[in-house]
Design a protein around this ligand. Sequence first.
Ligand code: SF4
Length: 350
Amino acid sequence: MEILLGKTLAELQTVAVAAGLPKFAGKQLAEWLYVRRVRSFDEMTNISLKGRETLKASYSIGRHSPIAHADSADGTKKFLFEADGQFIESVYIPEEERGTLCVSTQAGCKMGCKFCMTGTLGFHGHLSAAGILNQIFEVDAVVSSDGRSGGLTNLVYMGEGEPMDNIEHVLRSLEIMTAGYGCAWSPKRITVSSVGVITGLKWFLAESDCHLAISLHNPFPAERQAIMPAEKMCSIADVVALLKQYDWSHQRRVSFEYICWAEVSGHAGNTSPRHAKELLRLLRGLPCRINLIRFHGGNEQFRTADEKTMEWLLDYLTENGVTTTIRRSRGEDILAACGQLVATYGGDKA
Ligand code: SF4
């Protein structure tokens, strides 16, 4: 049975006409799916009974509750979903003024980054736009209903998978989240991450206004390739060259994620003065920011940099004109921190 969630307005209009409804019923369907976020056709009270029965015969809505959840001591919540026949995870991160959801775009990942537990899973499939949107709508419903938070305010596409490797469905989900007929979110509330898959990146830059975060982690190609095999296919030099051609003056932001290590496989990590200088050289002329991230373990080959070294790197980059922050790690106790998603479960049934 075909799924309605994830269809654009034009597609919903086609669905409506094929079901014997007027074309404007497509807009009504979009409102039921994306604004009121109903779970059944019976709730669509302004669609004729006959029309609803016809739709029911060929379509399902496509909403699925989380199978389980786990709660961190710091308030972070991890949710397990079954999506497109695979198990995937999403992480809700509450902060004082915002509630951010980290969504998955694939089950597992092809990119094989050595420091990432998701990378060790291998690739198990792309998520459809419905599988991506379902995570957002379901978690929003859960966290809005607890009475303590105002629901989701921000999205980061940084869960399982490489978004640019599933760009068609990622763009479709972004359209629905930001379009007037959909959820009407500002694109500035959404950040999509990538290791730098160039073809997807070009498409993303042209078709979306959402922010971009590039997983950099080492400015030297050989050292980067040793920890991120994707460097061989899409070099960071080519990625940065592409980003330098883009006009970033319209409040769209590009940031670089940089996990800080003191040591990698018995060699120096990525936080030395040599690395800092090369980072500046690589990014010169590109208006961007760098997010330094504390490594939370999970792979003995990687030893995290200490606080003092991270502070030094922060000061060095900032003094040399690059806006830099140190990102706090969240949800480590439930394996919900960056790169820890492996869809194995120790939480409670939702
Ligand atoms: Fe994939 Fe991202 Fe993990 Fe790399 S860090 S293996 S791109 S999920």
